[in-house]
Design a protein around this ligand. Sequence first.
Ligand code: AHR
Length: 523
Amino acid sequence: MSAPLTVLFQRQFRKYVLAAAAVLALIAGVLAGGSHASQAAGSLPCDIYASGGTPCVAAHSTTRALYSSYAGPLYQVRRSSDNTYKSFSPTTAGGYPDASAQDSFCSGTACVITRIYDQSGRGNDLTQAPGGGAAGGPDNLSDATAAPTTVGGHKAYGVYIAPGTGYRNDNTNGIATGDSPEGMYAIFDGTHYNGGCCFDYGNAETNNNDDGNGTMEAIYFGNIKVWGYGSGNGPWIMADLENGLFSGVNQHLNSGDPTVNYRYTTAIVKGEPNHWAIRGGNAQSGGLSTFYNGVRPNVSGYNPMKKQGAIILGIGGDNSKGAQGTFYEGVMTSGYPSDATENAVQANINSVNYGGTSSGGGNPGTLTPGSRISLQATTSCCTADYIKHDDNDTNVVIAGVSSSSSSTDKGDATWIVRAGLANGSCVSFESANKSGQYLRHQNYQLHLAGNDGSSTFTQDATFCPQSGHNGQGYSFQSANYTNRYLRHYDYTVYIASNGGSNTFDATTSWNDDTSWNVATPWS
Ligand code: AHR
């Protein structure tokens, strides 16, 4: 027998009041304990979703536990030297993995991420994506050292997706199917994207094919304009609903969906019968904004939805794999999360301060080939300065860079560590925003220049790291002028010899000017 309407209303009302009270308590807890220091495991994202009545049914992160009680494995890597595997767990329940254990395991060899464990207990792990309708497979695996970061004061590694890389699970448990409600969030590197299809995280087809409109519901991040797009030049957070990336109700431009490119970007998509939303914000600080909240797209096939419940990361539903991006953490829920629940999750994300200083004292980057880094001066005048190339000439300088710098300045101050072009046990530095161009010296001054393959170039572009002369970070010895080291002098970068004949060889400040912190990359 069905309950009278008034009783149903009272039950519903009580459910919403209880859920709202739980979320308010969580927000209060998060704000009270919201320091950026290493946090004790209070309420983490999946604790918050559970309290809001929309529990996680998949929870993926290589950087931290997403439940306060979670102590199981976060991710697994395989090293190429002997093909052995190792999994990394939080060092305490609800905590962070030990990145130095990965550094030791991967020292002197390459490592790839082979598995991203599901923390929800449902076994929805992500592994190498198989081939699909759009492209053969299996896809490439992520370089395990290519996305260094810090979180909660700990060094950690994200999942770096170069084009061709992808993860998937076609045989899941508890993920929404049909028109059932679900929510999802992910934290991406808002400066790493492209216009290829499709850097996604979320719900996809279980057969790796394009099964038609409405057979997916995933977060997309990038600046492809083939389907929907938003205002500005992108990147945009959109929903991949299959045969279309949607930025709102229309098929093409929805100007309410803004360009979002925070270094650490929180991206949200959620859907329920004939209703869905896009939300996003800066993972490092501040709240979430709603970019779309309304009915399903005004094209046939998306209402009702026909979700199939596989999970993808870094690829499209049919294994389209032309996209790139970086993923740090993400979850999928059962049920349509309230904005208040998501706001509480965002407060927790803010509290762990992605990209902040690591407890190791500001040396979170590594000199492992493939890593993106920035090189920070250690002389007391100049600790806000980083090695950076000019845009109008080839000169290389030190200059201040901060979180509010332009994305060009951040890119100009970011380098990809390469095995030394002339000596594999040393390193070379490729520009992060001028592909194929390297730091090289010429007449003892540093310039940015394309690799012409000559032995002069490769030697001029190779530097051998040693412990920093002032006890901080590294000093970099020139491979072909071994009495010379990377040094800043009057804000220009040289290879200098201590007490030599040039003004930039001055002995004053020598130890400090030749010591560099390998810092979290600016882009
Ligand atoms: O919806 C956009 C993309 O189109 C999907 O990810 C893919 O399956 C199809 O090619």
